[in-house]
Design a protein around this ligand. Structure first.
Ligand code: WTA
Length: 650
């Protein structure tokens, strides 16, 4: 892990934007006095505060008595309660919202579907009954490898209906990545599609599934949705068509009432070492916070048309495309494809078409749009927008200002929301009717969330100084474990300071107490809003026959936030070449997925190491950030010379 001294802030942002008066007046949380009141309540009696939130937010089939059972680092929330998440997303709304659109879907080729709460409920129940007919029951794991189509949401909800644990794998991940995750999760049934549309081409999901199945996975059945229509259902008893599975199934299915702590989903995410971790979330605490934060942070009202552009393959898609919005009974927009397909104005056309009022997207997308200029934005009427959100990586003040001025017409508050796969829900964010915002700051933790910036000894760092971001008290939507590896849960998250959750992020507060996130301090990088472990990319590289050693580091990138630079030493007898660079990049894309493809590959004679043999990553980060564009890096670099010079200060 990097030194805290390394987290040097260069930000001197002084602009402050108070919530617009009109916005504030009708907001759920009005003004900082409301915020403070909630904070004080949570502070005074956390059990009462969270207990009340849980009772308000969820339908309980059976009530809980114990709000929290905390045996660090293991928490159980709302212990005796029983609920069902699908019931909370659908059934309880039906008397009022049966005919209201739950999902407005647009495929990349331009196909559109509007699905009401009533229809969504029927589809979910049919699929749940279909899954039952395949033998899926409470606690079984179901894999989901689908494009961003409504069936992805239907699949998640059908699992939750049965108390089955879903594990969604992002459609951009490779066959190898899929296989590894399915095996680790012990998936019994996999829900997939022939393909999906992305940038005008077909993502060959079914082909990847077939490739994954050539290795051991334990998958018994594969259910295939027809999306692109260009693949035939593979022969054999393992495969069946989605349509055939749901055809004739009843559209009622009794929800399985599960205990609060019953596992809801496993989602794989990158860590600083080893293979991806299966982050396990349980039902009630997660559901409660997804619901509450969606309403508070986006100041949700029932007539909102809400669009979170994340893919369901990421946690943002879980909490803020599917569960949060549906629990609140709003209309959520789902878009399948690339942001600039077929033209640079696709996003803005969607906002105009559906009168989107809340947009939640990632800084990397905002920066990409910024580069395209204001032209594509100006072609569309974006006056329906009233709130803008950002997530996934620190947003630079320039992008924040452009987002606010050009997309939001200067009238929409911007909420920069900090959280993680592990936190389940937003943790640090402005409340748009209350918090005066500063461009680039996630502002303050939500009431009840103890996000604190500490040094290695657990002491609070003074304002203005960088430190490590911890969450010092348990919260309802915290991950419960790393699936199948409870020791890794303790080691990764609770051993930096015992009993306190370590986020892996660096942060500082300014003179006004605003939180500024400074990026990861471990070997995890955020590339274009996607979280990657450099160790994973390294292990993909060394799996290539010509590679001896590899070190992968991040380099600041205007567009992607961080770009991946790989330093590679070759096995004897192999010469560096541009062709080999291409081959290695393609190899990584095959092993993990295109999102992990290194932006730059540099061949070195040897990797710089300390006397004790540790790769000098700090040096490599400097080298990567420095002369990348001028030097011809096809030839071998002698980094050991540099290493010798740096030996003392590493
Ligand atoms: C980063 C995505 C700065 C951070 C929800 C975190 C952010 C990692 C922000 C989690 C933000 C997320 N400002 N950094 N608003 N939001 N991050 O698990 O480094 O894919 O640790 O969850 O993204 O990424 P993950």
């Amino acid at each position: 892990m990097a030194d805290t001294q390394e987290i040097v802030s260069v930000l001197t942002e002084s602009r402050v934007f108070p919530p617009p008066e009109q916005f504030s007046q009708r907001a759920h949380i009005r003004g900082m006095q409301d915020y403070q009141r909630l904070w004080d309540e949570a502070e005074k009696d956390p059990q009462k505060y969270w207990g009340e939130r849980a009772r308000e937010e969820l339908f309980w089939k059976e009530p809980f008595q114990t709000v929290l059972d905390w045996k660090p680092p293991h928490a159980r929330w709302f212990v005796e309660g029983k609920t069902n998440l699908t019931y909370n997303c659908l059934d309880r709304h039906l008397p009022r919202l049966k005919d209201k659109p739950a999902i407005l879907f647009e495929g990349e080729p331009g196909d559109r579907r509007s699905i009401t709460y009533g229809e969504l409920s029927q589809q979910v129940n049919r699929l749940a009954n279909g899954l039952k007919s395949l033998g899926v029951k409470k606690g079984d794991r179901v894999g989901i490898y689908l494009p961003m189509v409504p069936e992805a949401a239907v699949a998640m909800l059908a699992c939750a209906r049965l108390g089955a644990v879903h594990s969604v794998v992002f459609g951009g991940f490779s066959a190898e990545a899929l296989q590894e995750r399915m095996k680790d999760a012990g998936v019994k049934v996999l829900l997939t599609a022939d393909g999906g549309w992305r940038k005008g081409a077909v993502v060959p999901l079914m082909k990847n599934v077939e490739a994954a199945l050539t290795h051991a996975t334990g998958i018994e059945k594969v259910v295939v949705l027809t999306r692109t229509g260009d693949g035939k259902l593979p022969a054999g008893p393992k495969f069946l068509a989605w349509d055939a599975l749901v055809k004739g199934q009843s559209d009622t299915c009794e929800p399985e009432w599960v205990e609060s702590e019953h596992p809801l989903f496993i989602l794989y995410t990158s860590g600083s070492t080893g293979k991806p971790k299966g982050v396990l979330h349980s039902t009630a605490g997660y559901a409660m916070m997804a619901s509450l934060t969606t309403r508070w942070v986006f100041d949700l009202r029932e007539d909102d048309v809400y669009w979170c552009t994340a893919d369901v393959g990421w946690v943002t898609g879980h909490s803020y495309v599917v569960y949060g919005p549906l629990m609140n009974g709003v209309t959520t927009v789902l878009y399948e494809g690339a942001p600039t397909q077929p033209g640079p104005d696709r996003f803005w056309a969607i906002i105009e078409r559906y009168k989107v009022s809340i947009l939640y997207t990632a800084p990397t997308a905002i920066r990409a749009f910024m580069r395209l200029g204001d032209g594509p934005v100006k072609q569309h009427d974006l006056s329906s927008l009233r709130l803008l959100g950002s997530v996934g990586e620190p947003i630079n003040p320039e992008a924040w200002m452009w987002y606010r001025d050009v997309i939001g017409g200067g009238r929409c508050p911007v909420v920069d929301t900090w959280w993680q796969t592990e936190t389940g829900a937003i943790m640090i964010s402005p409340l748009p009717g209350a918090t005066p915002t500063k461009p680039g700051s996630a502002t303050f933790p939500l009431p009840g969330i103890h996000a604190e910036i500490l040094d290695r000894d657990g002491k609070r760092v003074p304002r203005g100084q960088g430190g490590l971001l911890f969450v010092t008290k348990p919260w309802p939507s915290m991950l419960r474990t790393v699936y199948g590896d409870p020791e890794r849960y303790v080691k990764t998250y609770f051993s930096e300071l015992p009993g306190m959750y370590f986020t892996g992020d660096g942060a500082r507060t300014d003179a006004d107490g605003y939180v500024w996130l400074m990026g990861r301090v471990d070997d995890v990088v955020n590339v274009a809003g996607h979280r990657l472990g450099t160790a994973e990319v390294e292990s993909a590289l060394v799996a290539h026959a010509k590679v001896a050693e590899a070190a992968v580091v991040g380099r600041p990138d205007d567009l992607k936030g961080t770009a991946l630079v790989a330093f590679v030493t070759l096995k004897h007898g192999n010469a560096p070449s541009d062709a080999l660079k291409k081959e290695l990049a393609a190899h990584v894309a095959k092993e993990i997925g295109a999102i992990a493809r290194p932006d730059e590959i540099r061949f070195a004679e040897g990797l710089p190491k300390t006397r004790s043999g540790k790769i000098m990553r700090r040096l490599l980060r400097d080298v990567a950030a420095g002369n990348h564009s001028t030097q011809d890096t096809t030839t071998l670099e002698d980094l050991n010379v540099l290493a010798a010079l740096r030996q003392n200060d590493e």
